[in-house]
Design a binder for this molecule. Structure first.
Ligand code: NAD
Length: 243
């Protein structure tokens, strides 16, 4: 018996980085994974890897800022696989621009993907979770929502909003056997971080000294498991050595 046998786990931003790691680990642990990303090539690669490893995965090439697309995806998932038990709101973007120079488009993009997209996915799964009286929602926030750096204005606003959303939503569904938690994530060695290091010589932490996706994924899968059932409405620091 595996930890997520019989569970359907939706992971957004599953085409690369942490999302890909979460998708692989949920599948390894028995879940039917629903991997969402807007990049068809990376998503196909992750899906192949999960399939080759004997895991169960269905993919949706989808931009999570498309509300109607998100709702149809979730409706289809529940029709095909019976439920939507776990949602990992992981897809996000960061535009490293100081507020005085930030375009409206950069601001809107970060709020739309990081905050609105997470609400859209949550709104779509919640009625099914409430009906089943079972659900785990994990919102991936960021250390930059509590430790502040220049160039993170839009991203920090979205991630801070996501944390407040987490606490509030938990109060609404506390007695429906639904866990809603967030993590304040610190620096992790992913494609996103490596690209940022290339852009900004000021990021001086060695890749080896950052958290690695597999160790972060252990925390996320544990938090999504029934072992962590008493943790409700928490926003947990997952910083490693650095934020
Ligand atoms: N890597 C870090 O150091 C770090 C630190 C703090 C928080 N985080 C958070 O962890 C999460 C994953 O980070 P990562 O480093 O793996 O990021 P990443 O940029 O490597 O991967 C993000 C994935 O999300 C997808 N995506 C982006 N916009 C999308 C949209 N509108 N619809 C669907 N898919 C979309 C991208 O195609 C990509 O595959 C994010 O929420 C990020 O904010 C990361």
């Amino acid at each position: 018996m595996k930890r997520f046998d019989g569970r359907v786990a939706i992971v957004t931003g599953a085409g690369q980085g942490l999302g890909a790691q979460y998708a692989k680990d949920f599948a390894k642990d028995g879940a039917q994974v629903i991997a969402i990303d807007m990049n068809p090539e990376t998503l196909a690669k992750v899906s192949e890897e999960i399939g080759a490893d004997g895991g169960k995965v269905a993919t949706y090439v989808l931009d999570i800022t498309n509300y109607d697309g998100v709702v149809s995806m979730v409706d289809e998932v529940v029709k095909k696989f019976g439920s939507a038990d776990i949602l990992i709101n992981n897809a996000a973007v960061h535009r490293a621009v100081e507020v005085s120079k930030m375009s409206k488009a950069d601001w809107d993009l970060q709020i739309n993907v990081d905050l609105n997209g997470s609400f859209y996915c949550t709104r779509a799964v919640l009625p099914y979770m409430i009906e089943k009286q079972y659900g785990k929602i994990i919102n991936i926030a960021s250390a930059s929502a509590k430790v502040f750096f220049p160039g993170f204005g839009g991203y920090a606003a979205a991630k801070g909003g996501l944390v407040s959303f987490t606490h509030t939503l938990q109060e609404e569904v506390k007695f429906d056997n639904i866990n809603v938690n967030a993590i304040y994530l610190g620096m992790t060695n992913t494609e996103y971080t490596r690209a940022r290091m290339n852009e900004h010589a000021s990021v001086t932490i060695a890749l080896d000294d950052m958290m690695q996706p597999p160790e972060v994924s252990k925390v996320i899968t544990w938090l999504a498991s029934d072992e962590a059932a008493p943790i409700k409405g928490a926003a947990i620091d997952v910083f490693g050595n650095h934020y």
